[in-house]
Design a protein around this ligand. Sequence first.
Ligand code: SF4
Length: 189
Amino acid sequence: KEFAQISLKDIEDVAKSSFPLCMRHLFEKLREDHHLKHGGRMQLGLFLKGVGLKLDDALAFWKAEFSRKVGAERFDKEYSYGIRHNYGREGKRTDYTPYSCQKIISSTPGVGDHHGCPYRNFSEENLRAALNKMGVTGRAVGDVMDKVRNRHYQLACTLTFEAVHGSSCDAGINHPNQYFSDSQKIMQS
Ligand code: SF4
């Protein structure tokens, strides 16, 4: 699979324009709490790798946030390993692939976790607020909610994509990195 590329300086902008809700949520929580638990670090970390964030940039990105919470030293000791591991530079040196929607939807986040699929895990009120923040309003919100009620989370995400971009997504959303690259194609055209 080919994914678009991003660099560290663009990450804030592309998060707003092209991240699916699951990744926007993790990104916002990381900025807010300067921390994410393991499940969130994996889900967002592998996604960012998939969008083309290089290992050095990834380390700088995570360190900038985590340092504010746990300090730079503890970040280097406890958290940088996991990031290098995701990039296949530690342990078994497996080059881990970003999670698909199916995998994310079937995960079971616990208390204090922010990973998983918001269409499945958010309360209706929180989901409405999150959609509004993405610029989804009016009838489109009701249409997304209908899909959620029928547990068609990927279709809900597809409708969100279409509302946000004003453009159809015939293939449907099945991977957060596909959401990203389809979005970037539209933004750049
Ligand atoms: Fe993320 Fe997929 Fe859920 Fe969309 S459907 S929010 S891309 S896991």
